[in-house]
Design a binder for this molecule. Sequence first.
Ligand code: 1CP
Length: 365
Amino acid sequence: MDKRASGVEDPFLSGSELSKNENQKRLLRVLRGEILDPPPVWLMRQAGRYLDEYREVRAQAGGFLDLCYNPELACEVTLQPIRRFGFDAAILFSDILVVPHALGQKVWFEEGHGPRLDPLRGVQDLATLDPGRMEERLQPVFATVSLLRRSLPPETSLIGFAGAPWTVASYMIEGGSTRDFFKAKRWAYSDPQGFSQLIELLVDATSGYLLAQIEAGAEAIQIFDSWAGVWPEAEFRRWCLAPAREIIERVKTVHPEVPIILFPRGAGPLYADVAAQAGADALSLDTTVPLQWAAETLQPKVALQGNLDPAVLLVGGKAQAEAVERILSTLGQGPFVFNLGHGIDKHTPPDNVTRLVEQIRAWRR
Ligand code: 1CP
């Protein structure tokens, strides 16, 4: 039987029987190309400040990086949204910026300002990075992953993640968040050879980091290229698509069984090239990607994930129910994971998330 057309789950398997075989976990089944009815659901940034219980642990941890490097507390905040909402997947609690931090760059988080880094100014600063000690510095993250594998409900998949080279490089060069990416782009346009050394260093670091997460127990991987959408086509292919393809190939060479989700946010029509060329099992769609186009152009090649506007969750009610139904009725006909088009906002009322999960679980094709 064509696995893409297999439809509704076997009604004779109870939840506990399903969980005996982890190949039966609902997220993993969809990432391998099955259509599930209703689709699995998790939300980007599902652990975070919109939850009172997160804010409590966050205050207890000290700094944000202290939370990322404390396996017990990082495990606890990863589990909070699973307990509250029963999502089909948990995503490791960490941040994309632990990679530059573990490479030896100074990284800190300022209340109200987001991330800060001591910026790289050019190719001469690459010598200040120390990839040799990265894995050792990231041991607490791998400890969190193992702890999570032992703590999660048997039906919940564990997603590991990393930032894509371009997105991580942008923070390393800009020294924090930016609107225009001019420092990073100036480097890339004026010294593409030097810039490609940084990207290659990050391809190596990220591949190793993801493989170590898998070895610690991550069952699926998401690569976040949150700022992919700021480049013209040629630079998108060179600095976003090619490095993602390289990382995916390296991870798949060692662990072909672990599905990989790629989030090239803002790629627009280039999502089609990413679907055809990156080697990812699934693409996470940002909020602007047209649903029917994605269903026709992308979904025959890869599973899709997305793409509710996080702002809709601020509002709830009828606006939310209608937006969710549009996504389900279009993308739910193929291999699909319900998610947002970007991270959840800290002002989101948790009750709207409860309604969201109820609506998805009640939906049938
Ligand atoms: O004070 C706090 O509690 C800090 C808020 C916060 C949180 C909850 C930050 C700082 N990072 C995180 C966790 C996080 N970040 C997770 C794991 C939790 C989960 O998803 O449940 C993940 C997957 C990320 C990934 C991340 N960090 C991305 C890619 C996804 C995206 O949203 O685009 C990016 C760009 C970052 C950088 C970063 N770290 C933190 C902030 C506020 C930012 C974004 C800054 C910016 O917009 O430029």
